[in-house]
Design a protein around this ligand. Structure first.
Ligand code: FE2
Length: 379
């Protein structure tokens, strides 16, 4: 069993979101990858991300290269080291390709860093200013679970491409977007018995509140189980479910992640679309692989979720899952891991009123994941 231990043991003091830390939304997500040039081609071709920005040898950066891709509000940064002594190598050796920096757009990156570190966050880096002819951006960072960092980004009316030091990326090759709009939520996997530590961290350090709760009895199958709590900030634009493994007859998929990622880290980014049938049709046509859903799922799904706007046939053909809560329903499905290690994946989600995360689909989902684990021999 791999766990990622932490010394953070914070009391639960503010049960409701307390917006002492105004967060405007997700700014970007940076992956550390073995080959950013090739990864950029994959995310463009398979998911429809577009050329946005670049930094590397041609822009005077000696130790790394970053390809920045954009689709509507989603910005992905793919960064690889250029030298053997870069600490980025250590991250890749340890974790494989994975999410390093989850950047949050704020009005004041200095105050965000001061407030969160005063509340118990460990600093990743102190505030500093990047500047070029288009203006300035202030960045600061705090550590969260595993080796993951939250970067605070204060854009101060910056008018350049992405960040000072970056130039527009112009490859001349941009397959069409697939309708992905923004990051709906981002899920972290943490080690055994560490969920509440990190729930407390988001409450205490970031002022988040818990959105919904369900226990491992809700999310378990014969073989696998997990516990999950959803943390959200005051304006609701940032939603971070935190998972920990739970005991099952065989290895939990969260434990499999922790084993291969070598610790806690980002498990999935949920990307929102307002036309999931179009988006998933496009993604499948471009070779994106999704977790398989048993056909039997569709035999009784409408008994569970009631009336929906869509015809069931295209949803069934595309393997799209349906769930309902008190406020509406949602459509979702999950890609297979995006990299060689069975770690990070994307969720594609379309909300039709529902504010939850597809709890009713967990059983169907996990049974599907377990079939994948069985093929990998890691159950
Ligand atoms: Fe999700």
């Amino acid at each position: 069993m791999q766990t990622d231990s932490t010394s953070l043991k914070l009391p639960i003091e503010n049960p409701e979101a307390e917006d002492f830390l105004p967060l405007n939304g997700t700014d970007h997500v940076e992956f550390y990858v073995g080959n950013a040039k090739q990864a950029a081609h994959f995310y463009k071709t398979a998911f429809g991300f577009q050329d946005y920005a670049y930094a590397g040898l041609e822009t005077g950066v000696k130790d790394r290269t970053s390809y920045v891709l954009k689709q509507d509000k989603i910005i992905l940064v793919l960064t690889s080291p250029l030298t053997p002594d870069s600490p980025i190598n250590d991250h890749i050796v340890q974790h494989g390709d994975g999410v390093k920096n989850v950047a949050i757009w704020v009005d004041d990156a200095t105050k965000s860093w001061e407030t969160t570190t005063a509340r118990g966050a460990e600093s990743a880096f102190e505030p500093y200013v990047l500047e070029d002819a288009h203006g300035k951006v202030t960045l600061s960072g705090i550590k969260t679970y595993g080796d993951t960092v939250h970067v605070f980004v204060e854009r101060s009316g910056y008018t350049g491409t992405f960040l000072p030091g970056f130039v527009p990326l112009e490859t001349g090759f941009n397959p069409a977007p697939t309708g992905l709009k923004f990051i709906d939520h981002m899920v972290g996997n943490v080690g055994w018995n560490e969920m509440n530590t990190w729930v407390d961290y988001y409450k205490r350090v970031m002022g988040f509140a818990q959105l919904v709760s369900f226990d491992d009895k809700d999310i378990s199958t014969e073989y696998t189980a997990l516990m999950s709590k959803v943390m959200t900030n005051g304006n609701g634009r940032i939603k971070y479910p935190i998972n920990e493994p739970a005991e099952g007859r065989k290895k939990s998929q969260i434990e499999e992640y922790i084993d291969f990622y070598k610790g806690a880290g980002v498990q999935h980014l949920a990307l929102a679309t307002d036309d999931i049938i179009f988006t998933v049709s496009e993604l499948r046509a471009r070779g994106v692989q999704f977790l398989e859903v048993p056909k039997t799922y569709y035999e009784d799904v409408l008994d569970r979720v009631g009336k929906i706007d869509e015809d069931l046939t295209p949803l069934s053909n595309l393997g799209i899952l349906i769930d309902r809560d008190d406020e509406g329903y949602l459509l979702q499905l999950f890609t297979k891991p995006l990299m060689d290690r069975p770690t990070v994946f994307f969720e594609i989600i379309q909300r039709k009123g529902a504010k939850s995360f597809g709890k009713g689909n967990f059983k169907a989902l996990f049974e599907s994941i377990e079939r994948e684990q069985e093929r990998r021999g890691t159950l």
